[in-house]
Design a binder for this molecule. Structure first.
Ligand SMILES: Nc1ncnc2c1ncn2[C@@H]1O[C@H](COP(=O)(O)OP(=O)(O)OP(=O)(O)O)[C@@H](O)[C@H]1O
Ligand SMILES: Nc1nc(=O)c2ncn([C@H]3C[C@H](O)[C@@H](CO)O3)c2[nH]1
Length: 207
């Protein structure tokens, strides 16, 4: 493992990515890169009408993450510094393949590859899996109004899409370390021992 790995936390909506990335960054004294959610002008429109707004939303996420990762690369990765991100750029494709259709999906896929293929990719991924009930409870707990109308069927599809995507990533990039966390059982927020066990795995990898 690299001395200063690029670390990402992934998982479907509400799995606890930002929470875990922030906790690990505090524990390890590392910089954390977080998704900007509040300034997204398309999210509430998208949840009201996915077919109408998916292309604008996916492009917005892609462009924002492109800029964030460009900055992350120059500020940290090119300088040999470790950093933790609360997403992997691959999530753009996971969502895009699910929400887009026809020629828009084809165009988006092409743009995704053009923009991101030469980016450094995370060396370690903490993948938080959780079932539908857990995710719905966490989304409700966070209480973002625009998420109140998220359809359980959409969330269930994303759970499956994430499983497929992580399996495919493991096949294509065997050197990437993927640590799967069972978010139904492991509670890194309420149980200090659960968090300590996760942090310990990261410390071992970074030795
Ligand atoms: N292990 C956990 N146990 C209990 N509550 C949790 C746990 N992890 C996260 N939460 C809570 O669930 C909510 C969602 O967590 P968080 O915002 O970190 O998820 P996320 O995966 O980053 O979401 P998004 O996909 O929307 O970016 C928050 O209110 C958080 O405090
Ligand atoms: N369609 C779509 N594409 C993405 O790339 C994407 N990334 C995050 N999200 C949604 C999940 C949360 O509601 C909220 C905050 O993560 O934004 C996305 N939705």
């Amino acid at each position: 493992m690299k001395h200063a790995p690029f670390i990402a936390v992934e998982g479907p909506i509400g799995a606890g990515k930002t929470t875990l990335a922030t906790m690990l960054a505090n524990e390890m004294q590392l910089p954390v890169i977080k998704e900007i959610v509040d300034e997204n002008p398309f999210l509430d429109k998208f949840y009201q009408n996915m077919d109408d707004w998916s292309f604008q939303l996916e492009m917005f996420f892609l462009c924002n993450r492109f800029k964030q990762l460009e900055d992350t690369t120059t500020q940290y990765i090119d300088k040999g510094k470790s950093v933790i991100s609360d997403y992997h750029i691959y999530k753009n494709l996971i969502f895009g393949e699910r929400t887009l259709k026809g020629s828009k999906r084809d165009k988006y896929r092409e743009i995704y590859h053009i923009l991101t293929d030469d980016f450094p990719k995370p060396d370690i991924i903490f993948y938080i899996r959780a079932d539908l009930d857990t995710l719905l409870a966490r989304i409700a707990k966070r209480a973002r109004t625009f998420e109140e109308i998220i359809a359980p069927a959409y969330l269930q599809q994303l759970i499956e899409d994430y499983d497929d995507a992580m399996a495919s990533l493991a096949r294509r990039e065997p050197s990437t370390v993927i640590i799967t966390i069972d978010g139904n059982k492991v509670d890194f927020v309420e149980n200090p021992e659960d968090f300590a066990a996760i942090a310990e795995q990261l410390k071992e990898l970074m030795k």
